[in-house]
Design a protein around this ligand. Structure first.
Ligand SMILES: [Fe+2]
Ligand SMILES: [Fe+2]
Length: 321
């Protein structure tokens, strides 16, 4: 294609053209303020969810029933810390400050996924979290690998690989428990009953009530609507539940021949609103735990900063010499 030299396109037009061509926006590129703010909010919430998400399962590390289960759970929880790290780094490429984002989280000014405000009373919860929560995360996150913002999309590629390991470890744990005693099978069914509806809520409110979705779709930050992703999760999970031998607690759940998809009931949206507002079963303890971990870790951050400053000063001296 030949081009004749023209005046440089205005920045907004260039940005729009990049999005229209399905190319990536990179940190050095100009971007509209709303795009930057939406991304910072979404990536920060995502990072916070990874970090807070370490808690419900982390509680089982000391009580895991075998060394093998302990090692697997340790690795999984550590992966979640890594996911938080990649995502905070992605937010920093947009000019956000990680310390400021953490402050916002522990002061309750920024949200994290409401799913992590539910308790984990039995070891079956570890399995069901892997199967449902990491499974829902995969449905949400695979399309984000094609998100229009480069650093976010690239972080998601690696995160998704690890999430699929998480999901399989959860499912494998449950298969093992289902081959065990009657009491273990009951424990699995009980955990399924408690986590099913909160997991469906992970995709957010219905499309009609999702105020930020339209802009995110237009900017190709988000690729599919909440309802579409929820449907995918249901369609993916039903055959897995059959194979496992558990019942999903929804009397309206059935295959719809015409649509070629499952019909399912409506989650209790008032519960989602309540948990988002801070009235879930574990909101207070999750944030308090994060706050105390942050405060107890202050000396580590100070020592690391002092070490980095000393190394930088030494490197500068060597360059000068
Ligand atoms: Fe994760
Ligand atoms: Fe995960």
């Amino acid at each position: 294609m030949t081009t004749t030299p023209t005046a440089p396109a205005p920045l907004q037009e260039q940005f729009d053209a990049t999005i229209a061509r399905d190319q990536r926006i990179e940190p050095r590129d100009w971007m509209p303020d709303g795009y930057r703010k939406t991304l910072i909010r979404q990536i920060a919430q995502h990072a916070h969810s990874e970090i807070i998400g370490m808690q419900p399962e982390g509680e089982w590390i000391t009580r895991a029933p075998s060394l093998r289960r302990k090692a697997i759970l340790f690795a999984k929880v550590q992966d979640e810390a890594g996911h938080g790290l990649y995502l905070y780094s992605a937010a920093e490429t947009l000019g956000a400050d990680r310390a400021d984002l953490t402050e916002r989280l522990i002061e309750g000014r920024q949200k994290y996924s409401s799913i992590f405000n539910y308790p984990t009373p039995t070891f079956a919860d570890v399995g069901v979290i892997g199967w449902f929560v990491d499974g829902a995360a995969i449905c949400n996150q695979v399309p984000l690998c094609r998100s229009s913002y480069g650093p976010y999309a690239r972080a998601m590629v690696r995160i998704c690989k690890e999430e699929s390991f998480h999901q399989r470890q959860g499912y494998e744990l449950l298969l093992t428990m289902m081959r065990g005693t009657e009491a273990q099978r009951e424990m699995v069914q009980d955990a399924v009953d408690r986590w099913w509806w909160p997991s469906l809520m992970m995709f957010g409110p219905p499309d009609g009530d999702s105020p930020n979705s339209a802009a995110s779709m237009a900017w190709k930050i988000k690729r599919h609507s909440n309802d579409e992703l929820r449907q995918r999760f249901v369609d993916m999970t039903v055959p897995q539940a059959e194979k496992l031998g558990v019942t999903l607690p929804d009397p309206d759940l059935r295959w719809n021949e015409e649509r070629g998809r499952h019909d399912f009931g409506t989650p209790d949206w008032s519960e989602l609103q309540r948990v988002i507002r801070g009235d879930g079963p574990c909101n207070t303890e999750r944030v308090a735990r994060r706050r105390s971990a942050h405060e107890e870790g202050a000396w580590v951050r100070q020592a690391a900063a002092a070490h980095a400053a000393r190394r930088a000063a030494r490197a500068e001296k060597e360059v000068a010499a």
